[in-house]
Design a protein around this ligand. Structure first.
Ligand code: SF4
Length: 95
C-alpha cells in the first residue's frame, strides 16, 4: 500500500480502535499469526509523527521512555495484523 499521510492516519485510527475496543482480536491475531521478533529499529514509533516518548540510548538505539504499564496498548502489540504491519523492515511478519 502506498504510504500517504492520509493512509497512515487511517491506520493510526484503526490501530487505536482495535487496541481499545477489540483487544481479543488483537491478542488472537498476535498469538496465532505473528512470527518473528522486534529488531528495535524504532520505526513504528515514528509513524505519522515521532512519538514524544521515543528516546535514544548512548548507542543511538531507540527505547520507550514509558515502557511498562504506561505504554499504550496500540504501541505494546504493534503490529496487530497484516493490515497494521506497515514498516517494511519490521522483524515481525504474518503467516
Ligand atoms: S517496526 Fe517492528 S522491529 Fe521496528 S521497533 Fe517496531 S516492532 Fe520493532
Amino acid at each position: 500500500m502506498r504510504k500517504t499521510f492520509f493512509s497512515q492516519f487511517l491506520r493510526k485510527v484503526r490501530r487505536f480502535y482495535l487496541a481499545y475496543f477489540h483487544g481479543n482480536y488483537v491478542e488472537k491475531s498476535v498469538a496465532s499469526e505473528r512470527k518473528g521478533e522486534c529488531r528495535r529499529c524504532g520505526l513504528c514509533c515514528e509513524l505519522l509523527f515521532k512519538c514524544p516518548f521515543l528516546g535514544r540510548d548512548s548507542q543511538q538505539l531507540p527505547y520507550c521512555r514509558i515502557y511498562g504499564d504506561l505504554r499504550p496498548g496500540s504501541c505494546r502489540n504493534y503490529p496487530f495484523d497484516r493490515i497494521d504491519s506497515e514498516v517494511e523492515t519490521c522483524g515481525f511478519k504474518f503467516t
